[in-house]
Write a protein that binds this ligand. Structure first.
Ligand code: HEM
Length: 510
């Protein structure tokens, strides 16, 4: 970290000199109000208003600093005010410079709708260079083709109908996790335990892997990958970026080995009556190994490893971060906790001794899901993604030239009083009745690229929270501990909590 700070200072110094020099000789006016002709010679549109910021680092530092100060929404809110033409018409799009790219930020529910409904028409998905280096292009769902193929294979597995078959496993894993790591403890660190639960479950459901040694080999490097997504792209030993690249390679190698071994197992136990083969068939890996693409071609093992690699990251980080945030909010709002407890106890009381949760129980967890939705509004683990313009087009009167990057962010709407009254207030009742206005609440994105894992996330989180709430109440050890974006919303001290079991034994009824 120290080394990165040193490099950052050198970059800032270099940028400052470059900036001052540019101003002196008049080559850099710090603005990107360029004019550019469209196909129609008479029609001239400007790029959206904005600033390119400092050379090399652009406005990246300002973006990171607002997040580190705990108010990532300010980056957009400040610019929306700055670039509004007048008080009555707020700015719908502005230009900034992030990750060495000129980026148009669309900042309204209409902007979200525009991007989500123009996928592969005017825009396509784009990944920043950092992610491209950590997961080389061939390994991501970057192209429209790859994304569509992945969707077709994944959708049946991640649908509520298929996931209901895994509810028993989710419930068993949650109960076992609480028995081992929470029961008989006076105090626990929530962040590390939600990580553990989420990872063990992903390994079980995606790969049918339970061996703690294999899990540990995957889990350790997994900790370092996401941090590289927005770190300085300096690939030198000791940097965050370098560690992320090495960790991604290590995870990929481990997954490739698991895929190779499972292929052998499945081939050896191919007969339909074979117990071993039946045992494996429910997990995602087996489904992928036995599946075909829509043209009937079997899915290649390398494609399977690549898909699993990306899915692991998506499923792991987003879920443990959200779970940790929900647990924090439940400790800060005792009335909300009490209402959740009441709802969950009714479900628990309706079950026979040892009976596992089923889909009907999940459907009854309406208030708990409203709480989760409100936490996802305030502390979204994935604040937005990028697109790239496929051709020149005009948006809100401004030119978006082919190749320009576009960014949608949950913070344009989630914390905007135009869409959410008193946006800072934690109020799960917003999700009762009709819920938020269309395209204003977008923690899972939208359109053809909307998160395919949202049902998996809903099921795993609700199952875990049901078990947690019906067994414990908790209070923060550090009452003023906050969530800080680094680069995702995480509690500054790992969220240690004191546990108060409802029953002295507090072990599961299994
Ligand atoms: C609370 C949990 C989660 C949140 C908030 C979340 C959020 C998101 C968001 C915002 C996107 C980008 C959508 C877009 O660009 O329009 C996304 C994409 C994606 N998510 Fe999730 N996600 C979560 C959990 C999961 C899980 C559990 C999985 C896997 C089981 C998953 C798999 C994916 C994949 C594969 C993509 C890329 C889709 C594509 O590019 O076509 N996510 N997610």
């Amino acid at each position: 970290m120290e080394m990165e700070m040193l490099i950052l200072y050198v970059l800032i110094l270099f940028s400052s000199l470059y900036y001052v020099f540019g101003m002196l000789i008049g080559t850099n006016n710090g603005s990107c109000r360029l004019r550019r002709g469209t196909k129609n010679e008479h029609e001239v549109h400007q790029l959206p208003p904005g600033s390119t910021g400092w050379p090399i680092i652009g406005e990246g530092l300002a973006f990171l600093m607002t997040a580190k100060r705990g108010a990532p929404e300010n980056f957009i809110a400040e610019r929306r005010i700055k670039y509004s033409q007048n008080k009555s018409s707020s700015c719908k799009v502005f230009t900034t410079s992030l990750l060495r790219e000129s980026v148009a930020v669309l900042c309204s529910a209409a902007g979200n709708k525009f991007l989500f409904s123009n996928e592969n028409k005017l825009v396509k998905s784009w990944w920043p260079d950092n992610i491209d280096t950590i997961f080389p292009t061939s390994e991501k769902t970057n192209s429209a083709d790859a994304s569509i193929r992945l969707r077709k294979v994944l959708s049946p597995f991640l649908s509520p109908d298929s996931l209901r078959k895994h509810l028993g496993i989710m419930d068993t894993v949650a109960k076992h996790h609480l028995d081992v790591f929470w029961s008989h403890q006076k105090q626990v660190k929530v962040l590390s335990l939600t990580k553990k639960y989420t990872f063990v479950l992903v390994c079980k459901i995606f790969l049918n892997v339970e061996d703690p040694q294999v899990i540990a080999k995957l889990e350790e490097p997994m900790q370092h990958i996401a941090a590289g997504f927005i770190s300085l792209p300096i690939n030198l030993p000791g940097t965050t970026f370098n560690r992320a690249i090495r960790s991604a390679k290590q995870v990929k190698k481990e997954i490739e080995e698991i895929v190779r071994q499972r292929r052998i197992d499945l081939d050896q136990h191919a007969s339909p009556g074979d117990e071993n083969s039946r045992h494996h068939k429910a997990d995602l890996l087996s489904k992928l190994l036995m599946g075909t693409y829509s043209d009937g071609q079997p899915i290649k093992d390398t494609d399977i490893s690549n898909e699993l690699n990306g899915l692991f990251i998506a499923a792991y980080d987003n879920v443990f971060i959200t779970l940790c945030s929900i647990i924090m909010y439940l400790s800060e709002y005792p009335q909300v906790y009490d209402a959740v407890l009441k709802e969950q106890m009714e479900i628990a009381d309706s079950k026979a001794h040892g009976e596992l949760l089923c889909l009907e129980d999940i459907q009854k967890m309406k208030y708990l899901w409203s709480v989760a939705c409100e936490v996802l509004r305030l502390e979204p683990p994935n604040p937005g993604t990028f697109r790239e313009a496929i051709s020149d087009f005009v948006y809100e009167g401004y030119l978006i030239p082919k190749g320009m990057k576009l960014y949608w962010s949950v913070f344009s709407t989630h914390k905007n009083p135009d869409y959410f009254l008193d946006p800072e207030k934690f109020d799960p009742s917003r999700f009762e009745g009709g819920g938020p206005a269309p395209y204003s609440y977008v923690p899972f994105g939208g359109g053809p690229r909307m998160c395919p894992g949202r049902e998996y996330a809903r099921f795993t989180m609700l199952v875990f929270l049901h078990n947690l709430v019906t067994r414990f109440k908790w209070e923060k050890v550090f009452p003023d501990e906050k969530m800080v974006m680094n680069p995702f919303p995480l509690p500054t001290k790992g969220l240690p909590v004191r546990l108060y079991p409802h029953h002295p034994s507090s072990s599961s009824s299994l």
